[in-house]
Every structure is written in C-alpha cells, then in structure tokens.
Ligand binder design. Structure first.
Ligand SMILES: Cc1cc2nc3c(=O)[nH]c(=O)nc-3n(C[C@H](O)[C@H](O)[C@H](O)COP(=O)(O)OP(=O)(O)OC[C@H]3O[C@@H](n4cnc5c(N)ncnc54)[C@H](O)[C@@H]3O)c2cc1C
Ligand SMILES: *[C@@H]1O[C@H](CO)[C@@H](O)[C@H](O)[C@H]1NC(C)=O
Ligand SMILES: *[C@@H]1O[C@H](CO)[C@@H](O)[C@H](O)[C@H]1NC(C)=O
Ligand SMILES: *[C@@H]1O[C@H](CO)[C@@H](O)[C@H](O)[C@H]1NC(C)=O
Ligand SMILES: *[C@@H]1O[C@H](CO)[C@@H](O)[C@H](O)[C@H]1NC(C)=O
Ligand SMILES: *[C@@H]1O[C@H](CO)[C@@H](O)[C@H](O)[C@H]1NC(C)=O
Ligand SMILES: *[C@@H]1O[C@H](CO)[C@@H](O)[C@H](O)[C@H]1NC(C)=O
Ligand SMILES: *[C@@H]1O[C@H](CO)[C@@H](O)[C@H](O)[C@H]1NC(C)=O
Ligand SMILES: *[C@@H]1O[C@H](CO)[C@@H](O)[C@H](O)[C@H]1NC(C)=O
Ligand SMILES: *[C@@H]1O[C@H](CO)[C@@H](O)[C@H](O)[C@H]1NC(C)=O
Ligand SMILES: *[C@@H]1O[C@H](CO)[C@@H](O)[C@H](O)[C@H]1NC(C)=O
Length: 633
C-alpha cells in the first residue's frame, strides 16, 4: 500500500506509516557501539539493550543508583557515554542561577545575576536551559537567584546546589542518543527524566541523580496535504502534520497558518506540542468543537524502555498507541514525533476584558457577575465556545481577568448577540467592564493576539476539579458549586476557570483520555501564592495543606464520579488514579507493566508510580525530587 506525502514542496512516496525525520533514521546499532571505542568493549555492553532474563538485576538495590553510591559510574563511563552520543552532547548540570554564586567559579557574574533575577519568570528563557523547570518547589529550590531564597523552607544560608535537578543532560539530536541513554539508565539502575519545555506543574521533568533527555531541539515538522493514516478503509485521509518532540505550540500554530489549516493545540504558547501536553490528554481553545488534542493523533514514533524504536498507530502496537494518547507522558516511552490531523482554517472571534472590585463595585457584585456568567456555561460551550479566566486577590481587591473567551467559527456579530443577555445583566449590576472583541479569519492569529506570553511562577501550589454538565446545568447544584468556589476564594485561594465541553460523540473515541473530560462544562483550578523569601514556613504549610485536605475535597464532594486533568492538578492529589484516569486506570497499569516492567520511566503520580516512593518530603507532605527514588517495600 503506497500513499503520497508532500514534504515542504518535494513529493515522496512512502508506506502508510509516513516516513521518518532525518534524526529518526540515526538509530543504535551494535556497529556503533564497537566501532567507536574498541578498547572499551566491556563498557559498551552498558549501552546495549538490557538483558531481559536478568530481571531484576541482583546488583540493583531498592533505590535507584545515585552519585556517591558504590555502583555510580566513574568518569571514564561518562566520557565514553559522551563519545557514543557525539562529543559535547552530554552536559553536566550547572544550575542556571549558579552565576549568582562565586563558589560556582568563573561563570559568577553579579550583573548577569541581576538580569536573571528580573527575568526568572520568563518561560522563554528558562526553556532554553537544559535543566531549568517551572515547578521548582518540588526540586527543592536549591539554586534560586539570591532574592528568591526560600527562607520559608528553613533555608539558613543563601547558596546554590544541584539538588533535585538531574545530574547529566543529553542534548538530544537523534534517536540513537535516546536509545543509548535508556540502555545506560536501565543497565545501571539510574533515574531517567525527560525535559521538553519544563512547563510541567508536577515537576515531572526533573529528578535528583537522573540522566535527563532534553528534547527541545527536535524541531522538525512536516505538512502532508493528504496523509493516509494506517487502518485501511477506516483510516483517516486528509491533511496532517508530523511534529518533532521539541515543537512548541506557537510553532505548530505558525505552521498551521502557513498551510492554511488549523491544528488542535493548547492555549499556552511555549508549551510543548507532543510532550506532556498531548500525552497527558491536554485541552485546547478549540476543544468545544474538536475535542482533545489527543483525539487527533494518527501515528507515534517512540523509543521504549527496552531501547527499541517503534511505531504505534491504529494497526501496530495498538495498546501503546492507546496509552500514549491521554495516559500521561514520561511513563511509557520517549516519543520522538507524532502525526496529527489538521482541520480547515476557521474564522475565530475572541474577547478579553478585566475588572476589579473597588469602592463602587463590591465583592458581592463581583460574585453576582461571576454567577451570571456561569449561568451561561452550557449555552456557550454548546455553541463551541471556550473561555479561560481568573479571579485573584490583588492588592486587597478581587481582580477578574478574562484571559480570553474564544468563539471559533463565529462572527463578531453572532458573538455579540449571544453575549448580549449577559452584558445587559452586567450593566444592571454595574460591572465596570470594557470588552475588547476581535474577529479574525484564522485561529492562529486570533490566538496570537488574544493570549499573553505565559510566565513561570514559583511560590504557588494548585488543585483542581472538573465541573460536570450535570452540576452546571442544574440551578440548585450550580449554586452550591459556585458557593464552594466563592468559599475557597473567601478563604484566600485564587481561582482559575475554564468553560468548555467535549463535542457530542467524543465519548466514543477509544483512547486513554480521562472519561470525565467528555462530560464537562467547566474546569476549575484553585491556587495559593506566597512570597518565598518573606512568608513563614508555618503559613505556607497551612496554605498548602488546606489546598489538598480542606478546600479541594469540598469541590470533590459536589462532583462525585468526576475527576481532574492530570497536567493541571494537585501535586499530591489523593486517589490520583481515580481522579486522572477513572475506569481506564486498570488498562493503563497493564500497559505500563508490559512496556516498562522495571520502571525505567518514573514521574510523580504517573501510571505505575505507586510502586515507587521518594525518600524525603518538603514541609512534611510534598514528595521531594531532591531525594532518592526507591521501590516501595
Ligand atoms: C503556562 C502554561 C500554560 C499551559 N497551557 C495549557 C493548555 O492550554 N492546555 C493544556 O492542556 N495544558 C496546558 N498546560 C499544561 C501543560 O500541558 C503541561 O505542563 C505539560 O506537561 C507540558 O508538557 P511539556 O512537554 O511542554 O513539558 P515538560 O515539563 O518538559 O514535560 C512534561 C512531562 O512530559 C514528559 N515528556 C516531555 N516530552 C516527552 C516525550 N517526547 N516523550 C515522552 N514524555 C515526554 C516529561 O517527562 C514530563 O513528564 C500549561 C502549562 C503551563 C505552565
Ligand atoms: C515578571 O518579573 C518581572 C521582573 O521581576 C516583573 O516586572 C513582571 O511583572 C513579572 N511578570 C508577571 C506577569 O508577573
Ligand atoms: C522573555 O524573553 C524573551 C527572549 O529574550 C523576550 O523576547 C521576551 O520579550 C521576554 N518576555 C517577557 C514577558 O519579558
Ligand atoms: C546551603 O545551606 C543549607 C543551610 O541553609 C545547608 O544545609 C546546605 O548544606 C548548604 N549547601 C551548600 C552547597 O553549601
Ligand atoms: C544543544 O544542541 C543544539 C543543536 O545541536 C545546539 O544548537 C545547542 O547549542 C545545544 N545546547 C547546549 C546547551 O549544548
Ligand atoms: C484556505 O482555506 C479556506 C477554508 O478551508 C478556503 O476557503 C480557502 O480557499 C483556502 N485558501 C487558500 C489560499 O488555499
Ligand atoms: C464611584 O465612587 C466614586 C467615589 O468613590 C464616585 O465619585 C462615583 O460617582 C461612583 N461611580 C458610580 C458609577 O457610582
Ligand atoms: C462552521 O459553521 C458552518 C456553518 O455556519 C458549519 O457548516 C461548519 O460545520 C462549522 N465548522 C465547524 C468546524 O464546526
Ligand atoms: C484591563 O482592561 C483595560 C480596559 O478596560 C485595559 O486597558 C487594560 O490593559 C487591561 N489590563 C490587563 C492587565 O489586561
Ligand atoms: C489570518 O487572519 C488575519 C486577520 O484576519 C489576516 O490578516 C491574515 O491574512 C490571516 N492569515 C491567513 C493565512 O489566513
Ligand atoms: C486553612 O483552612 C482553615 C479551615 O478552612 C481556615 O480556618 C484557615 O484560615 C486556613 N488557613 C490558611 C492559611 O489558609
């Protein structure tokens, strides 16, 4: 069976599974292992696929192997590893903020440190570092710019250490390097992590003593005007993109615009497209009309825990294909590329505004306005709209910003008509409100203008819950839910809300996306913020514990049987298997056991992680990535 692929102008003939990117054709062979360094033949076996019958290797202790352990490899092995990878590809971790610390040597620079301090919240810059991550609390905050020293953690000294960051990073530019790293980590029982952008809220892209696969530079992308997906008669035929592991949302959208199509990606601009986002079952401003991004994946290239490079699609390795679409990233393998459907260009109308409480506009009125908006959730979502907004405590007032409401396939005029009843109501209430509405003829530009560049914050924790249709459409239950949302806000939490649905029929899609997603009209996140340098440990710990044990349970109680989105959830979500995966958890765990029986891949609260524990906790209750990862007894 042959089909046609057009690659940026040139026409290729290929099999139904598409072709490989150049970086995917560079794969591990025995030849490579022996040729490069004949004298270290013994050592090269460390880089060969692990022998299955040695399970579990007798030398492997309960914990992963760490620097300082007897079995931790010496310099010659790391030098050989670098040589096999291609000299210079192995990077020993130097925390980004080490430039602020003279004990880190000649890189020390007070002026650069000042710049770094000012831009510490700029995700674009942090993404460019091999190990910097967003959720640095779970790393232990062991190397912060001095102004942000986490005194709330009882830190007595302003200093810098690697802490929970990985030990080494592989700057990945081909599949062979991924195979070498997996084989080494597996043979030597070393922790393995993957950093794509480092956005993950659960700190899943870091870990003490780990080898880190940094996928950021795998930027290849191709457009197929007519892709023939595997699956014969039933297979999709139509436009599609193949994206490399390092492609980010803004890059995917720019390509979609270039080829006059639409792709289903997230709101966050610098988030990775096929890493944690799709594999975690991420949502999109287009979810109300097109469902989840994971619903549109056609083919996946992946390196598995045994070092093999394989295709997962509708006809081969189908269980892995199922699990990688919503079952969670960093769990089943290292994905090197995905083929995803593209859709026709659509016009898109967006709305942004903000208002704040003040002398005339009381909190009571603020909540009246919020309730009036949520009264329309069912209507808006069923029209295909989406919104993302926040209600935060700012300088003693309650500040509400509609980051963006998105009405795809809708003209400004149609949109204004739909919103008119709400805006009339708001006028009655006296909402100080000046909307900015834009109609654009393509989603890419609409999104570009409507959403801000995201910042990374570090003194915060969050928890979340889906708002099922049954709760939102029933006036009594909706009122109770809004009371509970207002309740946690009154006690000091900030609120972040989404209004969206999954389109009819999406509940029948056979992938690992949490079933609870299919039945929502909203998704609510609460978060607490603190000042890392000035707030006390006791205060922060109470806030953090309240979030998990006091406040989120109130939302859960009102939404029985629902769940939440793993990638925007509580780091210590109780019963996370149920919340993130519902009745799909059993099947996911079977896939994990099959594809990674020894736990080469681990991420906190990822499928199969209940077999492992981190030895230390932060503030008595948050598992620390700056401690050993060990098998549970
Ligand atoms: C500012 C911001 C905006 C966001 N916006 C949205 C949004 O609009 N919609 C939404 O659904 N979510 C959104 N998210 C959540 C986002 O999807 C998750 O944080 C996601 O985990 C990020 O994936 P990443 O690959 O970019 O990040 P990373 O932190 O680098 O990786 C996240 C996880 O994926 C794994 N991983 C990464 N690459 C691969 C790979 N190639 N193969 C296997 N595993 C891999 C890592 O091991 C880690 O476990 C947002 C997050 C932030 C911080
Ligand atoms: C990011 O940090 C800079 C410098 O500290 C600050 O001026 C800016 O307001 C921050 N941005 C956000 C959105 O918090
Ligand atoms: C973040 O840094 C990038 C790269 O230097 C820059 O282009 C961008 O404007 C910065 N963003 C903010 C919000 O400062
Ligand atoms: C940093 O300071 C803390 C005390 O606050 C100490 O426990 C730790 O060992 C110090 N680390 C380094 C690298 O000096
Ligand atoms: C990682 O590799 C890319 C691509 O070869 C290169 O441009 C970049 O400079 C490398 N980064 C580091 C920190 O070595
Ligand atoms: C772009 O796509 C739209 C919607 O499918 C179509 O109407 C239009 O003709 C296309 N434009 C070009 C230049 O192909
Ligand atoms: C709002 O309050 C100020 C005084 O605090 C008053 O001057 C103004 O008229 C009020 N505006 C409205 C619309 O009530
Ligand atoms: C957009 O709207 C038109 C009618 O207005 C409809 O035919 C089309 O299916 C819609 N497209 C999507 C993607 O919903
Ligand atoms: C809030 O809205 C006003 C218009 O009402 C606008 O001028 C301002 O830029 C907005 N603020 C933010 C932070 O978006
Ligand atoms: C996208 O929309 C903008 C605004 O409507 C328009 O100027 C631009 O030409 C559009 N681009 C494409 C490729 O359709
Ligand atoms: C924690 O929750 C309790 C019970 O709702 C509340 O009384 C207390 O003020 C909260 N403390 C903090 C710091 O949020």
């Amino acid at each position: 069976m042959l089909s046609k692929y057009v690659l940026f102008g040139s026409v290729l003939l290929g099999g139904v599974h598409g072709h490989l990117f150049n970086y995917e054709t560079i794969q591990l062979s025995n030849n490579h292992l022996t040729k490069i360094h004949p004298k270290s033949l013994d050592s090269t076996s460390l880089f060969s696929p692990r022998q299955q019958q040695q399970t579990p290797k007798p030398l492997h202790g309960r914990c992963k192997t760490y620097p300082g352990d007897l079995l931790w490899p010496g310099k010659p092995i790391w030098d050989l590893f670098d040589l096999l990878l291609g000299k210079g590809s192995l990077i020993k971790t130097i925390p980004e903020a080490s430039i602020c610390y003279p004990e880190w040597g000649p890189r020390h620079s007070p002026s650069q440190c000042e710049e770094l301090t000012k831009s510490w919240n700029n995700s674009t810059l942090r993404i460019e570092d091999p190990t910097s991550i967003r959720s640095i609390l779970f790393q232990g905050m062991t190397c912060m710019p001095p102004d942000y020293t986490p005194f709330f953690l009882g830190r007595k000294q302003v200093n810098c250490s690697v802490g929970g960051l990985p030990e080494y990073t592989v700057n990945v530019t081909n599949v062979m390097q991924i195979q070498l790293a997996i084989n080494l980590a597996s043979n030597l029982n070393i922790r393995l992590v993957i950093k794509n952008t480092g956005h993950d809220f659960g700190g899943k892209s870091t870990g003490k003593g780990a080898i880190n696969l940094w996928t950021h530079h795998l930027k290849d992308a191709e457009f197929y005007p007519e892709y023939h997906a595997a699956g014969g008669e039933e297979g999709y035929v139509g436009p599609a993109f193949k994206f490399g592991a390092g492609v980010q949302v803004y890059e995917a959208y720019a390509l979609a615009k270039k080829y006059n199509v639409t792709v289903i990606g997230g709101e966050g601009k610098s988030v990775g497209f096929i890493g944690g986002y799709i594999q975690g079952g991420g949502h999109s401003p287009l979810t109300s009309i097109y469902g989840m991004a994971a619903d549109h994946v056609l083919s996946i290239q992946v390196v598995t825990a045994d070092g093999r490079f394989i295709t997962a699609d509708a006809t081969q390795n189908t269980d892995l294909f199922w699990a990688l679409r919503g079952g969670g990233a960093g769990t089943f393998g290292v994905v090197t590329s995905m083929v995803v459907k593209a859709f026709p260009r659509i016009k898109t109308t967006t709305l942004t505004y903000n208002f704040t409480t003040g002398r005339n506009f009381t909190r009571e009125k603020m909540w009246q306005a919020q309730r009036a908006y949520v009264d329309g959730f069912e209507r808006y979502a069923d029209l295909g709209y989406y919104s993302y907004y926040r209600i935060r405590h700012v300088s003693g007032e309650l500040y509400h910003d509609m980051t963006s409401m998105v009405a795809p396939n809708t003209t400004e005029e149609e949109f204004r008509q739909v919103m008119k009843p709400l805006w009339d109501k708001w006028e009655e209430i006296g909402v100080p409100f000046s909307p900015v509405i834009r109609e654009l003829d393509n989603f890419s530009d609409a999104w570009e203008m409507a959403f801000p560049h995201e910042v990374w914050t570090w003194g915060m924790r969050q928890a979340s819950r889906f708002l099922p249709r049954g709760v939102i459409s029933d006036p009594e239950k909706r009122k109770e839910m809004m009371d509970a949302i207002k309740g946690v806000s009154d006690e000091g939490a900030n609120i972040l809300m989404f209004n969206m649905r999954n389109p009819p029929g999406s509940e029948r899609i056979n992938n690992a996306v949490n079933k609870a997603w299919r039945d929502i009209l909203g998704f609510a996140i609460m978060f607490v913020n603190w000042n890392v340098a000035t707030d006390s440990g006791g205060w922060v710990e109470t806030l953090s514990r309240n979030l998990t044990y006091e406040w989120n349970p109130r939302w859960k109680k009102l939404t029985p049987g629902s769940g939440t989105y793993m990638s925007e959830s509580d780091y210590i979500e109780p019963d996370w298997q149920e919340s993130f995966h519902g009745d799909k958890y059993g099947e996911l765990l079977r896939s994990k056991e099959k594809w990674d029986p020894e736990g080469v891949f681990y991420a906190t609260n990822a499928v199969g992680s209940e077999k492992w524990e981190l030895e230390e906790v932060i503030m008595g209750h948050l598992p620390s990535q700056n401690s050993k990862l060990c098998r549970r007894n």
